[in-house]
Design a protein around this ligand. Structure first.
Ligand code: RIB
Length: 306
């Protein structure tokens, strides 16, 4: 059997349109914002860019429209060193996200429309079976159809590839997915949605971690914003502190930075707990910059914090 290497990510690309203001407007209200950015986004795409900048070889399976946003995606992958495994669609636009960023503390709120990537099918995943099977790590989320996520996780699991499932956004998904997860990696909002109780402390996160393990995941990685990330297995439960790399100005890409960094470290056979520390450093740097994919740090920048 050939040596497995690198990462395959299944997910969506969208163009992020980010609006900076001191609060969200009310219904029927218009408020003035202080800034606007347009850049590459989408959780799977951001995770791919984060992992590649953090030193991994990355394949990204997705769909794009034949439009300017689709070209933005391809130029992003060329710059970051991500290998796109993309179907271009004539009849669907590339998706977009509305992102509110609180100009005072970097908090965010998002509406995402998947566009062409919302049409990803299980056939798209099957067509990339070989690259999934030969990867060291497979990563997916819930922004594209869940059947595609399930097939990717199944192919990876059967081939002995480490699986990371980021159940984001917080949508319902079938219970059989838990058993396909080496690592399930929700944030506190997504974890609360799954377990049915709020997560306001590391202790709540540990209880949630227990539930995720009972449901079949081998390990839970619950990100807790400025409280860091909980690494929870049947043998250990460790809260890894967040890395403070500077003033927080935009938290939108934090979760994707964490997952991309973690996946990158895992693909190099790093011990999982050290890989969580690597992910926390990746996220800690990303939140000091504007945007999602454009905020992802390089391997040298991450190593400087470890
Ligand atoms: O996780 C952040 C991402 O979620 C943004 O880039 C936005 O596009 C949404 O997909």
């Amino acid at each position: 059997m050939t040596q497995k290497s690198g990462i395959t990510v299944l997910g969506i690309f969208v163009a992020d349109t980010a609006y900076y203001a001191d609060r969200l407007p009310k219904i029927a209200e218009t408020i003035m914002g202080s800034d606007f950015t347009l850049g590459p986004g989408g959780k799977g795409s951001n995770q791919s860019v984060a992992a590649a900048r953090a030193g991994a070889e990355v394949n990204f399976i997705s769909r794009l429209g034949k439009d300017a946003f689709g070209e933005l995606a391809l130029s992003t992958y060329a710059a970051a060193g991500v290998t796109p495994k993309i179907i271009r669609m004539d009849d669907q636009p590339t998706g977009a996200a509305f992102i509110f960023v609180n100009e005072n503390n970097g908090d965010n709120a998002i509406i995402v429309v998947a566009g062409a990537a919302g049409k990803i099918t299980t056939a798209d995943v099957e067509a990339n079976r070989d690259i999934i099977e030969s990867s060291a790590v497979f990563v997916t989320q819930l922004e594209q159809p869940v059947e595609a996520a399930r097939l990717g996780l199944q192919i990876a699991r059967e081939a002995g590839v480490k699986t990371i499932f980021n159940p984001a956004p917080a949508l319902e998904f079938p219970d059989d997915l838990f058993g396909l997860c080496d690592y399930i990696a929700p944030n506190e909002v997504e974890a609360a949605e799954i377990v049915g109780f709020p997560i306001n402390s590391p202790q709540d996160a540990q209880r949630a971690g227990d539930v995720l393990l009972e449901k079949g995941a081998k390990a839970a990685l619950i990100t807790l914003g400025e409280d860091g990330a909980l690494y929870h297995t049947s043998q250990t439960s460790e809260l890894v502190p967040a890395v403070k790399a500077g003033t927080v100005i935009d938290t939108t890409g934090a979760g994707d930075a964490f997952i991309g960094g973690f996946a990158s470290a895992l693909s190099r056979d790093m011990d999982p707990l050290d890989a969580v520390r690597f992910g926390c450093a990746t996220a800690g740097i990303a939140v000091t910059r504007r945007g999602t994919a454009p905020a992802m740090p390089t391997l040298a920048e991450i190593e400087a914090y470890l």
